[in-house]
Design a protein around this ligand. Sequence first.
Ligand SMILES: C[S@@+](CC[C@H](N)C(=O)[O-])C[C@H]1O[C@@H](n2cnc3c(N)ncnc32)[C@H](O)[C@@H]1O
Length: 359
Amino acid sequence: MDDRSFVAAQDFLLSAKTYWSTTMYRTLRDKSAAANKDVVDEQVETVASIAQCIEDAPLYQFYAWLERHLQRMKYAGRYGLVPYHHERRDDLLSALNQAFDAEKILDIDTSLALPAYYTGVDIHQHPGGVWSDAIAGMVYERGARTTTPLTGAAEKDVHERFTDLVLGECSPTTVLDMGCGFGKSTQPFVRRLPDSSIDAVDLSAPCLRLAADTALQSQAGNVRFRQMNACDTDFDADSFDLVTSTMVLHELPPKTIEELLDEAFRVLSPGGRMVHLDFYCVPDAFRRFVHYGHARRNNEPYMQPLAELDLSVLVESKGFVDVEITPFQESDRVDLNADDAWRFPWTVISATKPEGAAS
Ligand SMILES: C[S@@+](CC[C@H](N)C(=O)[O-])C[C@H]1O[C@@H](n2cnc3c(N)ncnc32)[C@H](O)[C@@H]1O
């Protein structure tokens, strides 16, 4: 497959996804509101009442089918990300900088046991997930460029905006990014905190290799990437001023979220802040119905359980104080008070480990 065909096909898929996110979404929303009006008052709409009204309607069936299959075509099939990268495998791997050891920027743990929730599903419909193939990090990186189709190329992306928010409230000298993927969530902290020490962990060796390669290219000397389970790290207790994660909690079963919170509490210094960016505050029943459907169609089995957790109570039960859970505007083009396009329910979840707390 040549580059031009691949790019054209992926552009087409993105345009179709944009149509799905806007025109189709609005039509579905209006149809759902009209159908529900005959059955229940808007105030008492639930996911179940909405499902009852529109799940069998041809519009919803097509909406759901299109979402599932646009994502499938993004990764697999004739113009998919996986076959495209597979054809270029040798070149891609030989282009990765091999100076990791010399720079001590990457630590891969070949004996690390990957949890069953992680290996048991092809997350995002990515064949083999983000961990099983040496080129999976590059496939994921390319795919992630179009995760938020409505974000303009010229504006600050979601990770930059999140970093602005976090660093507007604290000036950490030690940072841990849990579930850093290919480093996109880590990079803004690395750039903005040149004198701080930044650690980033993930389960995926292919993603970590790409993250380290990118850091080497930018000559960042303040970051280390390590293959570790974020719920069970090797870091000393009380060793970070700031612990963050971006788009990780919704990939974890509830019990694993608890373990991650326990680990964040352990490694944070007293007075340190934990800040997660994830998908949580869903404003109404229709968007909840659509969000749960998205989770199923995108192979994300723990998205719905996260949205149904009482996170505030859970985080406090782990010993944290000053818990804040607030909707997050991921793009200048988004109006948090409007419902004119499909979007993720971006949310910032933050809390402090109290001064004097024992780990
Ligand atoms: C959606 S990606 C987000 C990556 C990155 N934070 C970003 O914003 O681009 C979720 C990441 O969490 C990682 N992950 C899942 N469970 C994990 C765990 N228990 N420990 C460490 N990383 C984990 C996955 O390998 C994946 O890279």
